[in-house]
Design a protein around this ligand. Structure first.
Ligand SMILES: [Zn+2]
Length: 104
């Protein structure tokens, strides 16, 4: 899979995951609400991504739905986690995206 960045010929090796902590909550990834973006990039272009460009109204709305009934999300402190394409986390995401159950 090639990097999604225009004009880049490198192989993609990771995908960004937006992690949003709760207001006053810890920045520990496991305590955040995370959304993996279906965007695969190389290491260099991962480092150049700006999270503000990805916190669209649609993404924020999806995170607010997950956070409903819990502490409100703090988008100001949102950060990217690098999900490697060889990781189990990415494999699970790919299966979900293809509409197949995670157990298969
Ligand atoms: Zn690239």
């Amino acid at each position: 899979m090639k990097c999604a960045h225009d004009g880049c010929d490198h192989q993609a090796d990771c995908a960004p995951k937006i992690c949003v902590p709760a207001v006053n909550g810890p920045l520990d990834e496991s305590k955040t609400i995370g959304i993996i973006l279906g965007l695969t990039v190389c290491r260099q272009h991962f480092d150049e991504l700006k999270i503000a460009d990805f916190l669209t109204a649609q993404i924020k709305g999806a995170i607010e739905i997950v956070a409903r009934g819990k502490a409100p999300p703090d988008f100001e402190r949102a950060f990217f986690k690098r999900v490697l394409l060889i990781s189990a986390e990415w494999a699970t995401f790919e299966r979900a995206r293809a509409g197949r159950p995670a157990s298969s």
